[in-house]
Design a protein around this ligand. Structure first.
Ligand SMILES: [Fe+2]
Length: 420
């Protein structure tokens, strides 16, 4: 889905920043290129969508495209320009209220479930807002003296990674909206699903022992990936490949959605309340299953990885299969040792690990400390990345997290087995 490859526009690592302080202009131009690439990718993803498409909010968890475009812009205005560019002129003082997401320290904000009611500013005004902030950020990067450049680059870097996260949400959220349109519109008419590994769900052994997990590099990572620390793993077999639609059809044929013994109590309640009988977006008509994709309604391919399943469904399927979901540590160690096919770029993979702080984790003080830390309860960790994740955004240590009932993201699973 993505044309931007940040690997080729790679921002300098913190080690390089320390070792090459004299290369100021080179550093400036690299960051300007990275900024333009990420900002351009957002607009590229929005381009197929009409102004009407960009207003819609199909459920409280999803946000309008226009809001994503404006919110990612507000992030730079609020955290980069405001504190560091004394003569910066705020584009519109009302936008802070409209486009702050959850940063309590940054002031009051419009309530999330009602973002779809905001028809003004319109898409054209949001484009002007983006252009205004782009110009100011570029001027700041071009003119900052070396000490200021050193202070603003980390904020610019988190702003770019933040915008990449919203690029993925733009696709998941518009797919949810389009799934409610009886005409099943295509986001991209010629869209094709990414190729995946074939050859069955063979299990590969991962030897027990003490392993390090967490971020281990000198580039960018989110705070929730640190500190790196040691974990104790048991001997385990982990599936080389992802669970497929064909596997899921067997689960359905065995009345998996109707057998309470397979389900967590909260999961069974969700099945009852929401009437789940198949993965999200699946529709049965004329004797066949079809599913909503970025290319519109398409036949369900039995060989393709299952997508749009909740944690509750993933857990029930694992029980049906006589296996378990991996822990996030098992996933990371297996991926680090090259044991996993399709670890990245297809579906985020549910783990059975609760999203919580690593040993010694401390959120930064201030508003940006709200980025990850305050969400560390009641959610589950997903690992890998999906077909909607922008190039260059995924990492071995990356921790995504969602509530167990959520299934509008590109979410799937692989299994582990301790019976040796
Ligand atoms: Fe955000």
């Amino acid at each position: 889905m993505s044309s931007v490859n940040l690997a080729s526009l790679r921002p300098l690592t913190s080690r390089e920043r320390r070792e090459e302080p004299a290369a100021g202009d080179g550093r400036r131009s690299q960051w300007l290129a990275a900024f333009r690439a990420v900002r351009g990718e957002t607009e590229r993803r929005a381009a197929p969508l009409s102004p009407e498409d960009q207003i819609i909010q199909s459920m409280p968890d999803a946000s309008p495209t226009k809001w994503h475009r404006a919110h990612t812009t507000w992030f730079f205005e609020q955290f980069l320009l405001g504190p560091n560019q004394p003569d910066y002129q705020v584009f519109d003082p009302r936008f802070g209220y409209l486009f702050n997401s959850y940063y309590v320290a940054a002031g009051p904000r419009h309530e999330r479930p009602r973002r779809g009611l905001i028809t003004r500013p319109d898409a054209q005004e949001v484009a002007a807002y983006r252009a205004h902030v782009d110009a100011a950020v570029e001027t700041l990067v071009e003119t900052a003296d070396e000490p200021l450049l050193g202070r603003i680059i980390p904020i610019l870097e988190i702003g770019l990674n933040h915008e990449q996260q919203h690029q993925e949400l733009m696709l998941t959220d518009i797919l949810h909206a389009f799934s409610h349109n009886p005409t099943a519109p295509a986001y991209q008419a010629g869209w094709t699903s990414p190729p995946v590994a074939r050859g069955g769900r063979a299990s590969v052994p991962l030897e027990g022992g003490v392993y390090p997990i967490g971020y281990d590099g000198s580039g960018f990572s989110f705070d929730n990936e640190s500190p790196r620390h040691e974990v104790l793993l048991q001997d385990v077999g982990i599936d080389r490949t992802l669970v497929t639609n064909g596997d899921w059809l067997e689960f359905m044929a065995a009345n998996g959605y109707a057998e309470p013994a397979l389900w967590l109590s909260d999961g069974w309640a969700a099945v009852q309340a929401d009437g789940w009988a198949a993965p999200g977006y699946w529709r049965h008509s004329d004797g066949a299953w079809r599913t909503m994709t970025l290319g519109g309604l398409r036949p369900v391919d039995p060989a393709a990885p299952v997508c749009h399943v909740s944690y509750y469904e993933a857990d029930a399927f694992a029980r049906f299969a006589g296996k378990q979901l991996p822990t996030e540590a098992e996933w990371e160690v297996a991926a680090a040792h090259g044991l996993l096919e399709d670890a990245f770029g297809i579906v985020w993979q549910w783990t059975r690990s609760a999203y919580s702080a690593y040993p010694g984790y401390r959120a930064e003080p201030g508003a940006l400390g709200e980025y990850n830390g305050k969400f560390m309860v009641n959610q589950l960790v997903l690992r890998g990345s999906s077909l909607a994740t922008p190039d260059g955004h995924a990492r071995l240590s990356y921790r995504n997290f969602f509530y167990p009932q959520h299934r509008w993201q590109f979410t799937g699973l692989r299994l582990v087995d301790y019976a040796r």
